[in-house]
Design a binder for this molecule. Structure first.
Ligand code: NAG
Ligand code: NAG
Ligand code: NAG
Ligand code: NAG
Length: 331
C-alpha cells in the first residue's frame, strides 16, 4: 500500500539498476494509477489489485505490448489491496475504502476470485466482511483453507477461514502499532509453510522481520527484526524466494532490496530509475514459479521537476543475481 509519498521527502539520485529490469506496462499519463499488490497464475499471467480504483486486473507479461484486462470492479468500495493464491487458481484478496489517504475502519472485506476453467469468466465471491478490521493490507496463504491478513493500523494479524468465513486474531502486539508519522505499520506478510514462519514488513517502523508459528499451540513467537529500511525509506510488500532463502522487498522510493532470511543481510538489487523503468513507488513483488523473474508492481512516482511515471509493472532478471549461485551451492 503506497500512500507514503505524502509523508516522505522524495530523494532522486540518477543511479542505474543493479539487476537487469524491463518495463512490462505503464499506465498512460494523466490520472494517477497504482498497481498495489501482485500475484501470479500458473499460466504465467499476473493478477493485480489497485488503490486507484476498486478493481481487479490481469495482465500477461509474455505477450508484446500487454494491456491490463479488467476482471471485476466493486461498486461500494474504493480500493483493492493484498492478494494471494489460496487454492490452485483461486486468489483471495482484500477490498475496502480509503478516503483522503486514510483507511475507513469497518469497510474491509475478503473476497475470492476463481480462475478455474469451468467458469466461463473469472468468478468473484465474498468470503467475509470483517467490520472489526481497520486497515486490511497484505495477505498470505496460511494453513489449509486459511489466510492471514495484516491490519496496518490495529497492530494485529487476522486469520480468516475461507470455507466458513470465520475470522479471529492470529497475532496482536502493541509493538506492531503504527506511530504518529506514518499511519501504516504492518504491510506485506508472507508465510513460509516449510519453515513455519511469517515474514512481515513493518512500514512505519522501517523494519522487516519474522515471527515463528507454533502449530501445537496455534500461536506466533514475538516479532524479531531481521533488517532495517534505509533512512527515509519505507518497506512495502515483498516476495519470498525459497531456493535463495531471501525476501525481495520493495522499498519506497525507487528500490528493491534482497534480505537474507537467515542473516538479515540486506542488498539493493534494483535502484531506479533505470533503463525502461522510470521512477517508481514499488508496492509489491511476486516471483515466477522457477524463481528466475521477479515482477514488481508500482504506484505513480513524481520527480521533483514534476515529471511523473505512472503506475507500472516491471520485471527484474533475478537470475543475473550472482549471489544466486552462491546460495544455490549452500542450499
Ligand atoms: C465505501 O465507499 C463506497 C463508495 O464511495 C460507499 O458507497 C460505501 O458506503 C463506503 N462504505 C463504507 C463502509 O464506508
Ligand atoms: C456492496 O454491497 C452489496 C449490496 O449490499 C453487497 O452485495 C456487496 O458484497 C458489497 N461489496 C462490498 C465490497 O462491500
Ligand atoms: C522497531 O524498530 C526498533 C528499532 O530498530 C526495533 O528495536 C523494534 O524491534 C522494531 N519493532 C518492530 C515491531 O518492528
Ligand atoms: C515513526 O517511525 C519512523 C521510522 O522508524 C521514525 O523515523 C519516526 O521518528 C517515528 N515517529 C514517531 C512520532 O515516533
Amino acid at each position: 500500500m503506497a500512500f507514503f509519498k505524502v509523508f516522505l521527502l522524495l530523494l532522486f539520485s540518477p543511479l542505474v539498476a543493479t539487476l537487469r529490469t524491463r518495463q512490462i506496462y505503464e499506465y498512460p499519463p494523466g490520472r494517477s494509477r497504482s498497481v498495489e499488490n501482485i500475484a501470479i497464475r500458473h499460466n504465467g499471467e499476473l493478477v493485480y489489485t489497485t488503490t486507484s480504483e476498486p478493481c481487479l486486473y490481469t495482465i500477461n507479461p509474455h505477450v508484446r505490448n500487454p494491456k491490463p484486462v479488467q476482471v471485476h470492479c466493486f461498486e461500494n468500495a474504493s480500493v483493492t489491496l493484498g492478494i494471494a493464491e489460496a487454492f490452485e487458481d483461486v486468489f483471495t484478496f482484500v477490498v475496502g475504502n480509503y478516503t483522503h489517504l486514510q483507511s475507513v475502519p469497518g469497510s474491509f472485506s475478503v473476497w475470492n476470485v476463481n480462475f478455474r476453467p469451468h467458469w466461463k469468466k473469472p468468478r468473484v465471491d465474498l468470503v467475509v466482511r470483517i467490520p472489526e478490521a481497520a486497515a486490511l493490507n497484505g495477505i498470505t496463504a496460511f494453513t489449509t483453507s486459511t489466510i492471514l491478513a495484516a491490519d496496518s493500523t490495529l497492530g494485529q494479524v487476522w486469520k480468516v477461514d475461507l470455507d466458513s468465513g470465520r475470522y479471529s486474531i492470529a497475532m496482536s502486539n502493541p509493538h506492531l502499532l503504527p506511530n504518529a508519522s506514518l499511519p501504516i505499520e504492518l504491510n506485506g506478510i508472507h508465510f513460509d509453510h516449510i519453515a513455519s514462519k511469517a515474514y512481515i514488513a513493518n512500514s512505519a517502523n522501517g523494519t522487516f522481520g519474522v515471527a515463528e508459528y507454533h502449530a501445537a499451540t496455534g500461536t506466533f513467537s514475538p516479532f524479531r527484526v531481521l533488517a532495517h529500511a534505509h533512512p527515509g525509506g519505507v518497506f512495502d510488500d515483498f516476495a519470498l524466494s525459497r531456493s535463495r532463502q531471501v525476501a525481495y522487498v520493495t522499498e519506497h522510493s525507487n528500490r528493491v532490496v534482497s534480505i537474507d532470511l537467515r542473516t538479515g543481510e540486506k542488498e539493493v538489487v534494483v535502484e531506479g530509475p533505470g533503463g525502461s523503468v522510470g521512477g517508481f513507488e514499488p508496492t509489491s513483488a511476486v516471483l515466477s514459479s522457477d524463481e528466475n523473474v521477479l515482477y514488481v508492481g508500482a504506484d505513480r512516482f513524481t520527480f521533483p521537476s514534476g515529471a511523473e511515471t505512472n503506475g507500472q509493472i516491471f520485471e527484474v532478471d533475478v537470475c543475473s543475481d550472482k549471489r544466486v549461485h552462491k546460495w544455490e551451492r549452500i542450499v
